[in-house]
Design a protein around this ligand. Sequence first.
Ligand code: HEC
Ligand code: HEC
Ligand code: HEC
Ligand code: HEC
Ligand code: HEC
Length: 211
Amino acid sequence: MAQLFSRRATTIFRVVLTLTPLAAAAGGGLTYAWLRSDAAWGVGKPAPQPIPFRHDLHAGVLKIDCRYCHTGAERAADAGMPSAQTCMTCHSQIWAGASVLEPLRTALALDTPLRWRSVSRLPDFAYFHHGAHVSKGVTCATCHGRVEEMPKTVKARTLSMGWCLECHRDPGSRLPLHTAVLATAEKKQPSGQAPRAHDTSLLMSCSTCHR
Ligand code: HEC
Ligand code: HEC
Ligand code: HEC
Ligand code: HEC
Ligand code: HEC
């Protein structure tokens, strides 16, 4: 029987057959690496803001407490954003006529909120609660980085699900207060019974963050 394909064609066919899955794997690998990378999550990228507000000046140099402007951070789900009035406690005197503060005066005159852009907003299907974390001793910097050193506010962590779970799997080892809390708890426990600082199964269950 005559050969259907030339020897050369068969070789080309073999090469293509081997290379295609390799190329697909490499492409997939690159896509995977991109999806996992900080850049894909917007880490380090500032958002355009109506006023060039500077944390490094207000929280860093002037040492204004975070909670002065983000009043919900300790107890509520949302940390909250400062109103124009909050800024005006100082800026009705300092830099009062400056053009960079024009949106502030407009917001005040029209009684509308300032439209700050968020760098850390989660998708709507994910639930987060500030108070639950801050009251347990998780610091702002753990999740937001050293904001008081930022001239422009950027995201410091991915805030991805994998990142959340890294801590939820074993929060004890990440909490500054943990050792102190555990030491007190251990004193109250009868010997041989290890206290459970956190219910990890609850922290890992889907419905805790997707409700
Ligand atoms: C407790 C007082 C205080 C509060 C509250 C405050 N500021 Fe300031 N702000 C200052 C001082 C002081 C300066 C520095 C003035 C200087 O260096 O001449 C300043 C400077 C600024 C500047 C100029 C920064 C630069 O480029 O040098 C902007 C813009 C500004 N503030 C915006 C705001 C906004 C927006 C708010 C509200 C979210 C706010 N400030 C709340 C005290 C305050
Ligand atoms: C004088 C008021 C003021 C103080 C004090 C302040 N902030 Fe802010 N913060 C703002 C304003 C205004 C914005 C929105 C503009 C921006 O992102 O820079 C903001 C934005 C943020 C964001 C980004 C929120 C988002 O949705 O992406 C984080 C995180 C944050 N602040 C954390 C902190 C921390 C931590 C401290 C204390 C170290 C602090 N802030 C102190 C006014 C303040
Ligand atoms: C365990 C991590 C974690 C800690 C600790 C934390 N944050 Fe946040 N923060 C987040 C996440 C996640 C978001 C986005 C929430 C969302 O979109 O639902 C956020 C959002 C914010 C915002 C945007 C406005 C808002 O109401 O959501 C501000 C401002 C803020 N955080 C400030 C703070 C300050 C100040 C502290 C410390 C007192 C703090 N955060 C502690 C994770 C954290
Ligand atoms: C550094 C550690 C840490 C990180 C990071 C962290 N968490 Fe938590 N989370 C905790 C601790 C500790 C608790 C409280 C456990 C307790 O009450 O015993 C908690 C509790 C919660 C709760 C339960 C709140 C309630 O209703 O009581 C939710 C929801 C939650 N976390 C969501 C998130 C999400 C979403 C992220 C990521 C954006 C995140 N957490 C990142 C440590 C962390
Ligand atoms: C500690 C909080 C937390 C827990 C627990 C959690 N998630 Fe998430 N999940 C998030 C956050 C935050 C996001 C959004 C950021 C992201 O996509 O990584 C998310 C995103 C997702 C997405 C969308 C992913 C995508 O690529 O868009 C799915 C699907 C999901 N979660 C399913 C689950 C399932 C199933 C479980 C239980 C096995 C679970 N999650 C447990 C916090 C959590």
